[in-house]
Design a protein around this ligand. Structure first.
Ligand code: PEP
Ligand code: MG
Length: 755
């Protein structure tokens, strides 16, 4: 059953167009299950109808013509229930709806399963039989399994507009793809693929600008992999049994097979660049082998794929064609995005970021926000990578993208871009003004930074200093750990740029989704694993080097504050302080005039929140990291698009936890800063002010908006707001309270953009 299933899916995914794919599906299912009819209905969401789009066994004339409303017939019932419907005689069911021209008078047994992707019903798959009988459980399982595969294929088709064309050939509207708002702003530009992807399916189509060079690069990549395999076999020879070792010989034989090499070279000759030529040559072999019923041969398909990836890695390492992005407004699109991906396009041409994975609090989103570049994340399983060079609009406020937008959508967004520029210009006037409430209470408003390139953005934002400098970003864009001197140079530039204003430097916070290309940490639950202080305390060498570099950079400036991330226990703080003392001592012995800076502890883990008082006694200040605190308190992965809807730092439990941390910090006589993304949300910032936080650290792009909001309220109003929020039970009530308050204060413009 599994092999048959795989074959059907393979045929379907290689069909030339959607109607053929659907026709193949229904025919194959009818034959495999020996049923009288198999039919697909697709959802036409615009008209709230299900359209008969493919059938084997019903009247072919009905295709495209039979449209059932959501309430009509068994098809509508399957969609409503969102689960299989198995009937021995459909005619006797009260929801049966007879459509004479369909030709199902003699069919009794009915099995319908919904085609669902990401909670959305995309259509229905049905089988019918002349007999009066229930379908067996294994038949139901088969249809459900194939429906899941078909739903993901349909999802691609919806993206490319193929289903729209099929359902409403005359319609021209542009459909929005909904993701998660990663960083605010709107951009119109050209899809550009940062070509760092190791997966064959993500290789974009590009022409070979110099076929001779492409061929040479390809041959070199093959030779390199041959060498790699040779070395691997030698290394593993003492460890592996001969049968396993033979696999390396098989790999090398596959690699040197004339047909694979010539096929690729021919494709390059006819105009494709090497990575895409290799992708296609590999895919056709994977398809052939995958069709084999023999499990041995289908396993070989996996081997070929693996070889494909290895060669691609080499082609990638030395690309013959540098990425020459089309147009001046590039929208980078990738499945996952690292700092290195962002560097694929010159900064002045980077207009936006689209990342298929991730959520509002992924580090790519934070980076985008810090850079002031709109970003949409978590679009899920959509093959956007194949649309390189196409136009795309990204709406970082609503978390939407529009692929190849029509003129009307384009016009609407052009106008929004103009309105946004006007608002930014207006807010620029606040640059020199303090973040002071209408009744004269001034709260320090800091900005966040990650790279030296952020200095300009932070300076222009009108912030009172840097409230969180994420030092790991400068570790992430390198090939190896930076030396003490290299770090010293970076930190000194940062401190000098803002002196005498404070710069809070957080010690290395890697792990979770922040990995170093030169120090991979493989874990099942990285967010619960070797992160932040846990890592640095296990590597005192790395920690001490960083602390020394920071202390040296601070000499003569004295605006450094150091922050410890991911603190779980008081012992960790004690140990970190001991190491800091040691670094300080060493510098004193070397005659460095290093002053002891103020030390902060991040409260971003529930255990730290409940021990905030004890932690505060060991430090000079606390910094609440709501990004992680939300993830750990609500048990919602900050990076998982599927549960992004649950991730909200305005959850009433979060407000309770923050209130507790503030109270404990104050009881110990220590100020409490809030440095999660929450501080950059104007409504939340006013709420936090009312709750009693002593300072806020927002992204540089958000600083002017937050300042505007704070300057529009009195401290008393903010406190009242905090009191009302504390009594609410749901996130939506809290959000409603804040947006009403902002509107009343005349900040409707901000509310519209932050929904
Ligand atoms: C946080 O967790 O709120 C925080 C500021 O740290 P990061 O987002 O870098 O993990
Ligand atoms: Mg954190």
């Amino acid at each position: 059953m599994l092999a048959t299933l795989r074959r059907i899916v393979q045929d379907v995914s290689t069909a030339p167009d959607l109607p053929s794919a659907l026709a193949i599906t229904v025919n194959r299912i009818r034959d495999t299950m020996s049923v009288a009819a198999c039919t697909i209905y697709l959802a036409d969401e615009d008209n709230r109808e299900y359209v008969l789009t493919a059938t084997a066994g019903l009247n072919p004339q009905a295709i495209g013509r039979i449209r059932l409303s959501h309430e009509q017939g068994l098809v509508g019932l399957v969609a409503e229930r969102q689960e299989p419907l198995n009937l021995e005689d459909a005619h006797r069911h009260p929801r049966f709806y007879a459509v004479p021209e369909v030709g199902e008078e003699n069919y009794h047994a009915f099995l319908g399963v919904p085609l669902i992707q990401y909670r959305r019903v995309l259509g229905m798959l049905t089988v019918q039989h002349t007999a009066i009988r229930l379908f067996h459980l294994d038949e139901v399982d088969f249809l459900v399994t194939i429906a899941a595969q078909l739903a993901s294929i349909l999802n691609h088709a919806i993206l490319s507009g193929a289903t729209q064309e099929l359902l409403n050939p005359s319609s021209t509207g542009t459909r929005a793809l909904q993701g998660v708002a990663g960083a605010p702003g709107i951009a119109i530009g050209t899809i550009t693929i940062p070509y760092l992807l190791a997966d064959l399916d993500d290789v974009p189509d590009r022409p070979a600008l110099d076929p001779v060079a492409e061929k040479a690069a390809f041959q070199a990549a093959i030779t390199a992999v041959e060498q790699e395999l040779h070395e691997a076999a030698d290394r593993l020879a003492p460890l592996l049994p001969p049968t396993e070792l033979a696999l390396f010989t098989v790999y090398r034989m596959m690699l040197s097979s004339d047909s694979l090499l010539n096929d690729t070279l021919d494709r390059i000759q006819t105009g494709s660049w090497a990575p895409a030529a290799w992708r296609d040559a590999i895919s056709s072999r994977v398809r052939l082998l995958g069709q084999a019923e023999d499990p041995y041969l289908s396993t070989r398909a996996e081997d070929i794929r693996d070889l494909g990836r290895r060669v691609l890695n080499h082609l990638r390492a030395e690309p013959t064609q540098s990425l020459e992005p089309a147009g001046t407004h590039c929208i980078l699109v990738a499945e996952e995005m690292s700092v290195a991906h962002l560097a694929a396009v010159p900064l002045d041409r980077l207009a936006g970021i689209v990342c298929l994975r991730g959520s509002a609090l992924s580090h790519v989103a934070l980076l985008a926000r810090a850079m002031g570049i709109p970003a949409v994340l978590g679009l899920g399983d959509r093959p956007l990578g194949r649309f390189e060079g196409n136009t795309i609009i990204i709406d970082g406020y609503q978390g939407r993208v529009y692929l190849n937008p029509d003129a009307a959508v384009r016009e609407e967004y052009q106008q929004l871009i103009v309105a946004e520029a006007e608002l930014t210009a207006e807010l620029r006037g606040l640059r020199e003004q303090p973040a002071m409430t209408r009744d004269g209470y001034r709260i320090p408003l800091y900005a966040k930074a990650g790279l030296l390139t952020d200095i300009a953005a932070v300076s222009n934002s009108g912030a009172d200093g840097v409230g969180l400098y994420r030092t790991e970003f400068s570790f992430m864009v390198r090939e190896s750990f930076p030396s003490e001197d290299e770090q010293y140079q970076i930190y000194q530039q940062m401190l000098t740029a803002f002196a005498p204003r404070p710069v809070v430097m957080r010690t290395l916070d890697i792990g979770g989704d922040k990995t170093l290309p030169y120090f991979r940490i493989e874990e099942n639950n990285p967010f619960l694993g070797w992160r932040g202080m846990r890592f640095t305390l296990d590597h005192p060498d790395i920690f001490l080097t960083q602390l020394r570099a920071m202390l040296r950079a601070n000499a003569g400036l004295d605006n450094l504050r150091i922050l410890f991330p991911m603190i779980t226990t008081v012992e960790e703080v004690d140990e970190a302080l001991r190491l800091l003392e040691r670094a300080h001592q060493e510098l004193c012995e070397d005659n460095w005039p290093a002053a002891r800076p103020e030390i902060g502890v991040m409260i971003e883990i529930p255990s730290a929140a409940w021990q905030a008082g004890q932690l505060a006694q060991r430090a000079d200040f606390l910094a609440v990291g709501t990004n992680d605190l939300t993830q750990y308190l609500l048990a919602v992965d900050r990076d998982n698009a599927r549960v992004a809807g649950l991730y909200d730092n305005l959850h009433p439990s979060m407000l309770k936890a923050i209130a507790h941390i503030i109270a404990e910090g104050h009881k110990a006589g220590r100020p409490v800063n809030l440095c999660g993304e929450m501080a950059g949300d104007p409504g939340a910032a006013v709420l936090l002010l009312g709750m009693g936080v002593d300072s806020l650290s927002a992204g540089p792009v958000s600083v002017p908006k937050v300042k505007w909001a704070i300057r529009s309220f009195t401290l008393t109003e903010a406190r009242n707001l905090a009191q009302q929020a504390a009594a609410l039970e749901t996130v939506s009530e809290v959000r409603q309270l804040l947006s009403d308050a902002l509107r009343q204060a005349g900040l409707g413009e901000i509310v519209r953009k932050s929904v």
